[in-house]
Design a protein around this ligand. Sequence first.
Ligand code: ADP
Ligand code: MG
Length: 400
Amino acid sequence: MTDEHGPGRITAGFREVYGSEPGGVWAAPGRVNLIGEHTDYNDGFVMPLALPHTCLAAASPRTDGVLRLHSGDVPGGVVELRVEDLSPVAGGAGGGDRGGWAAYPAGVVWALREAGVLTGADGGAELHFESTVPTGAGLSSSAALEVVTATALNDLYGLGLTPARIARLCQRAENAFVGVPCGIMDQMASACCTEGHALFLDARDLAQRQVPFDLAAEGLRLLVVDTRVKHELGDGAYASRRAACEAAARALGVRALRDVPFEGLEAALAELERLGCDAATRRRVRHVVTEDRRVEEVIERLDAGDTRSIGPVLTAGHASCRDDFEISCEELDLVVESGCAAGALGARMTGGGFGGSAIVLVAEGDAEAVSKAVTVAFGAAGHRPPRIFPAVPSSGARRL
Ligand code: ADP
Ligand code: MG
């Protein structure tokens, strides 16, 4: 075993669990979202980048329709299922709220079969997973697990799926099988990101562009600050935000809030007020419409080669998440406040909110002082120290 988290170790793990050599080893990354929060399910714009942290899978196909799943990261043995028995109603291994990590990879097999991509007894496999993506930290460990599963099956069964199709099928698995109403961003990021780039994605038609994001060339660093808290509020709030956005779009007579142009925002807000729509919902609309605009602003600045100048746009995005969409929390606000006070160029929460992680853009020379200031602020407020590491724009899912 030469590598700590790599092909050698995951292969040894597979051998130990299944007593044979795997047919291959695959990796899919976690992500941070640079800008564009809660815009994907409004058909809007997002801009994630892949982390160097990955979920690895060692896998072999089986011809008897049996799916065997094992994770080195959770206690418990091999979960064994029959692919023909997988159903979102029964939940297969039991999904999401119904408990059980195996629902994520089992859901992927179910989604491939539902779509007719896998037929008959196909989809049987032995899979062993190990991940360095922190779970429940807003860094998409779940999407990494799904996408690595789909990417492995795509190769093992010669399915010829594109990364975007893989992402869609994984989202379907998480929505319908696991029971989490997530948008498309996480799976697209894990499947489609490339090294040295942020992924500009139009969540309506999945049009994408790889935007060069070379932090080092400009002497910058993007820090991820994992607050290590996850407030209970999160899951219900996600659904209620989504419902509010959809209701507002219906009231305005548009397909999704993405169709409200930034220039028409004030008129749309006035129209909603006239229709008796409550103030909180109008703030949700304002967040989504201004956030789409902020994504465009960040792209313009990156295209102009001025990464440093995206800082204030990130911080404005945080204020919008905090005040208009109301998905921040004390710890996330503290990262942004203490980071910016210590000289960061900009900072914002990233991911669903109510805990999880924030990102902080700093000049390389300030990285240490800013990290220290945030940690000290956490201590002073009585919080556990956060986990801080640099986000290096990395590669999407791949065979190793
Ligand atoms: P996030 O995607 O932000 O990390 P989620 O709650 O969406 O948080 O997904 C976390 C869940 O994904 C875990 O509770 C677990 O069920 C599953 N998961 C992620 N990585 C692994 C892994 N390496 N092994 C087993 N299950 C995992
Ligand atoms: Mg997730």
